[in-house]
Structures are given as C-alpha cells and as structure tokens.
Design a binder for this molecule. Structure first.
Ligand code: CP
Length: 304
C-alpha cells in the first residue's frame, strides 16, 4: 500500500490487516519500529480536532519528526498551489504527507509525487482513516461485519464519512441503510433509504452524521430547524430506548449536541463516540507504519 486515499482502493484483506495491526498495537502485541529517521508533514487546509491531534500523537509515538506546517503561516497565503506546497515538502525531505483539503479528490493532482499521501479527508469525497477507525470499533464489538444491520443517518450527500463507510461496510458484508432528509440523499450510493422509526429496534449500529453546514448552499438548512431535524432524523431518548441490548451508537464527531443526538446520549452506555476517537490514534499508527513498511523500511518486531 503506497498511499491511503480512498476506501475504494483497499481490498478487504488490507482492511482486515490494518484493523488487526491497530488492535495489536492497542493491546501491546505489536511494537512498530521507531521512525526517528523519517519526517512527516500534516497539511490541514480544513479545520480538525480529532484527525489532526490523533495523527500528531500517532506520529510522535512512532518516533517520526514533524515538519512544522500551518496553512495560515505558509506560502499558501501567497497563492502557492497545493502541488507546489507538496512538491516543496517532498524536496526538503518529507517522507510522508497527511493532507485534509476541501477539494474532493485533491490527490489527483499529486499523483506524480514520490512520497506517500494519507488522506485526512477530501471535501465530500472520502475519509479513509475515519472509516478504518469506525471499522475497528465495530469489529471490537461484533468480531465480524457480515450481516450487521447498520443505519447511517443524516447529511449523506455531503458526508465523506457516509461515502467511505458505505463502501467499506458493504464490501465487508454488512447491510447498510440510510435515513436522511430528501435534500441530503445521495442516489449514487445504492443503500436503501428507510424511516428511522421503522428500523431503530432492528439495527445493530446507528451511525449519526454531523450536519455539514459549511458544505451547504446558503439557506439550505433553513427548512431544517435544529429541533425539527433532531425530531425527524436525530437520536432522541425515545429512539435510544428502542435500540436492542447489544446495539451501539456511533458518530464521527464533532457532534452538534441536541441536533444529531440528544446531549444526554453522547456518553450513554451504548455510545462508542469517544471509543472511536481513542481507536483513531492506534489506527493511524497502524496506517503510517504499514505505508512506511511498504516503502521498504524494515519489518516490525512481534512481541508475542
Ligand atoms: N471526525 C473527524 O474527522 O473529526 P475532525 O474534523 O475533528 O478531525
């Protein structure tokens, strides 16, 4: 695996391999090598709390040296192109780039670079490390994906998480369903649209999506007052109480509390929202390690 750009590029074997490696790192059964001779740059052209901070921790646990880069103080402010920024970082010695950008498939213009790119989210396209950490969290719970009933609710059209997870979960044999306002449906994804109240007591996982205000046309949200959205498509206390005993609640976060999910449910017993964040750090360690190994660095030491 030379890059991680889209879940569509991963085989199911590679998905299982990355989940296994992340789980082994988490349990202490896999000790990745130290990459103190390698440099990484994190290029976040869109805001982030979880993805950026968990990559930073993962990179430092792996011993990587960080190249200080902020869009606000770089020559991006002078009009430098994405390609020129990335090519410059390659030339000064970066061994791997982590990039989040608002342009869907921004990575197409970077295909001549000779260093790996890990996609931290591209517009409404893909968010592969989020999908992998979600899969890791589901696997910890169910030890399988086949036959799981998974309801993904909300802003499907604008969500890179919905797209990435639809593709990976379907490939792994799960039954994915969507629930969404008409305006936020994405008919290019082949999952059935269902009424949340009809299926809520049958699903194994309810995955809520953040309402992506920043990707909406001006006024698009006007017909979806927060309270109305919560009652029509959100996880209310009533819906939570109808979930079966082993069902879990997921959300990539950040959460609009009281919109996608009732404030009091964010840390309820069935919620795995903060577990997803914890797993994200281990999963990102596994991804970086796997990619740098593919690039010819020596193999890990298995500790048991
Ligand atoms: N889930 C996620 O990508 O969160 P951030 O935008 O905070 O990185």
């Amino acid at each position: 695996m030379d890059n991680l750009l889209s879940m569509e590029h991963l085989t199911t074997d590679e998905i299982y391999e990355l989940i296994q490696r992340a789980s082994d790192i988490k349990k202490g059964d896999l000790k990745p090598r130290n990459y103190e001779d390698k440099f990484v740059a994190n290029l976040f052209f869109e805001n982030s709390t979880r993805t950026k901070s968990s990559f930073l921790v993962a990179e430092q646990k792996l011993g990587l040296k960080l190249i200080d880069f902020e869009t606000t103080t770089s020559s991006v402010q002078k009009g430098e192109s994405l390609y020129d920024t990335c090519k410059t970082l390659e030339q000064v010695g970066a061994d791997v780039l982590v990039i989040r950008h608002s342009q869907t498939t921004y990575y197409d213009e970077l295909e001549t670079l000779n260093i790996p790119i890990i996609n931290g989210g591209d517009g409404s396209g893909q968010h592969p490390t989020q999908s992998l950490l979600d899969l890791m969290t589901i696997y910890e719970e169910y030890n399988d994906f086949k036959g799981l009933n998974i309801l993904i609710c909300g802003d499907i059209k604008n969500s890179r998480v919905a797209r990435s997870n639809y593709q990976s979960l379907t490939a792994l044999g799960a039954n994915v369903m969507f629930s969404s306002p008409e305006a936020w449906k994405d008919e290019s994804l082949r999952a059935p649209y269902v009424d949340i109240d009809t299926v809520i007591d049958q699903v194994d996982i309810v995955m809520l999506l953040r309402v992506q205000h920043e990707r909406h046309e001006t006024g698009e949200i006007a017909s979806f007052e927060s309270k109305n959205y919560h009652e029509a498509f959100g996880l209310t206390k009533e819906r939570y109480d109808r979930l079966h005993d082993n069902a879990i609640v997921m959300h990539p976060a950040p959460v609009n509390r009281g919109v996608e999910i009732d404030d009091c449910l964010v840390e309820a017993s069935k919620s795995r929202i903060f577990k997803q964040m914890e797993n994200g750090m281990y999963l990102r360690m596994a991804v970086i390690d796997y990619i740098l190994q593919t690039k010819g660095v020596q193999k890990n030491e298995i500790t048991n």
